[in-house]
Design a protein around this ligand. Sequence first.
Ligand SMILES: [Zn+2]
Length: 230
Amino acid sequence: MNRYESIRQQVADYGKKLVHEGYLKGTGGNVSIRVPGEAALAITPSNRDYLTLTPDDICVYTFDQEKIAGDLKPSIEMGLHIAVYQNRPDVGCVMHTHQDFASALAILKKPLPALFDEQVRFLGRSVEIIPYAPSGTGMLAKQVRRMVNNHHNAYIMKNHGVLCMGPTAERAYHNVLLLEKAATAYLLALFSGQKVNTIPLSIREIAFQKLRSEQKKIKKQLDELNEKDA
Ligand SMILES: [Zn+2]
């Protein structure tokens, strides 16, 4: 299964990077990358130390959850990752973490308003709360499927953690960092007890349209590729 080698390497590398930067701890969280041109993904295995992961440990599965490569059990959140890829053709990588400050918002059930233009440009108009459902369940995947239709790239999962995505692994990783930075500033501002100011609505819309036009461009390119194949 050599053709999946580089994608599996990338999943393992980003898992380690998230641990080193403190966004993943122990065996919590998971990372996946869409296999280009196939209804399949490469995802971190269940319950494994990220620091010891090799490309062979990364599971490659179809969107019907049939195994293509890898002998370990895939992450229990695989259904949630698949729900994102099936509903968002612009997404090439999904990262689920339990990062500290955004997780605090998850237990406060506080969505993140539009605080910075860079935040809106890459994450969306706001960072909304995905209603609670237990880890690894179809119910949680269903909630995710419903939420990602707002075209945002970051979500807070109530009483759980966060879900970030992007067209590439590099951008999904950038979005994890951006979310944590905005969540930290927001929590500190809330602690002050003073009014939190958001960016002007007109600027929010301009920034969000940049994200949307990029997403539409990716979808158009994929549609053209699929037409060629058909
Ligand atoms: Zn989790």
